[in-house]
Design a protein around this ligand. Structure first.
Ligand SMILES: C[S@@+](CC[C@H](N)C(=O)[O-])C[C@H]1O[C@@H](n2cnc3c(N)ncnc32)[C@H](O)[C@@H]1O
Length: 354
């Protein structure tokens, strides 16, 4: 036993436990509007923030102390006369829902991992299965809010232009399936950008489909969207120009079956847009901050969901391009390539022969 290594590891655990505890305060800060109330970047005293948000002054002071200790807010003033400031960079991540790096809304996904721990433990002791719809409902809304900033920032400006000939088709008027669409975050972004194209959202989770329909109506894109409850191997149609899988293929029990169904649903020359969490091909290459976040979420959410469905391949959220290529080549696609990427996303293109 090496005393120095032990101390280093204990220090590391304090950091990680602090992060896990702090995420609960991030969720509170988002839900109670505390970050938004500080978004002007001006220093504010705890009592003034409490008054601005209608929250209890003593608890707001303690919340601010935690934010200051984490470096999420900056501290000014002498002891007893402290004021707290949310810097613009932190405001982008924590207060501005329209920013490309907004994470506060998605932090509630982490809460679902704690809330559902008894079910996850039962899956680990049993057959490994825990279906998406059996999680606490905060997962569904959290997932929407976790992924939406990335879709808003990248989908139309970066990802679609990286695909071969797809933008021209969408501008002219095409037919698109958004498979595993959840609350329709991606469907709405697409439908707003391409009013001549029809977007059909499918998901096997009925409450998500109902939410997606409402989101599309609120966003004013009801006219060029439809939503239906259907599995990735069961939706209708054989004349799609584009079939999309946004952060959902690895959640499925039978990704090859889903890819084969997409192949049958596409016109000749049609395209699959596959967006998956960024990952390298081996575990050894994924031992990094993105890998630890996604492996942890995948243990509690993605992999048990896959094991709850037929085939139960259990790809996991760090599948990597090589395994995903096998899925699409096995399903009969003519080509597969990495179209582009972000630090958090692999953006892959599969083409059906013309
Ligand atoms: C991580 S969520 C992503 C949702 C959405 N695409 C997004 O990016 O916000 C995965 C989604 O896949 C759906 N799903 C999982 N297995 C499915 C299947 N076999 N058929 C259809 N949908 C499925 C889940 O219900 C869930 O909505």
């Amino acid at each position: 036993m090496n005393e120095i290594k032990l101390q280093e590891f204990m220090g590391r655990l304090v950091v990680d436990m602090g992060g896990a505890a702090l995420m609960a305060t991030v969720i509170l800060g988002e839900e109670l509007g505390l970050y938004r109330a500080m978004a002007d970047g001006r220093p504010i005293a705890a009592d003034a923030l409490a008054q601005r948000t209608g929250c209890h002054p003593r608890l707001v002071r303690e919340w601010l102390n935690a934010q200051a200790a984490a470096g999420y807010v900056e501290l000014e003033g002498e002891p007893g006369a402290e004021r707290f400031r949310l810097p613009p960079e932190q405001a982008m991540a924590l207060a501005d829902e329209n920013s490309p790096v907004y994470v506060a809304g998605g932090a509630v996904v982490l809460a679902s991992m704690y809330l559902d721990r008894d079910k996850i433990a039962a899956a680990m002791r049993g057959d490994g299965a825990l279906a998406w719809g059996d999680h606490d409902a905060c997962l569904f809304r959290g997932t929407e809010r976790f992924f939406r900033p990335g879709y808003r920032a990248n989908l139309v400006s970066q990802w679609l232009p990286a695909l071969d000939g797809v933008v021209t088709k969408l501008e002219r008027g095409a037919k698109v399936a958004d498979v595993g669409c959840g609350h329709g975050a991606s469907t709405v972004v697409l439908a707003q950008a391409y009013p001549n194209t029809r977007f059909d959202g499918y998901d096997y989770h009925a409450p998500s489909i109902e939410q997606a329909r409402q989101r599309a109506a609120q966003a004013g894109v009801a006219a060029n969207t439809t939503f239906a409850q259907a599995s990735a191997k069961g939706y209708p149609g054989d004349d799609y120009d584009l079939v999309c899988f946004f952060d959902c293929l690895h959640d499925m029990g039978d990704p090859v079956g889903a890819a084969r169904h997409a192949h049958a649903a596409l016109k000749p020359g049609g395209t699959v847009l596959l967006v998956e969490p960024y990952a390298n091909d081996t575990l050894q290459q994924n031992l990094n901050p993105v890998g630890r976040l996604f492996y942890a979420a995948s243990t509690c959410i993605c992999t048990p969901n896959s094991l709850s469905q037929e085939v139960g391949l259990g790809l996991g959220a760090q599948a990597g391009e090589r395994r995903l290529r096998h899925v699409f080549m096995d399903a009969g696609f003519a080509s597969f390539r990495r179209a582009t990427e972000t630090p958090f996303n692999l953006v892959l293109e599969a083409r059906k022969a013309a």
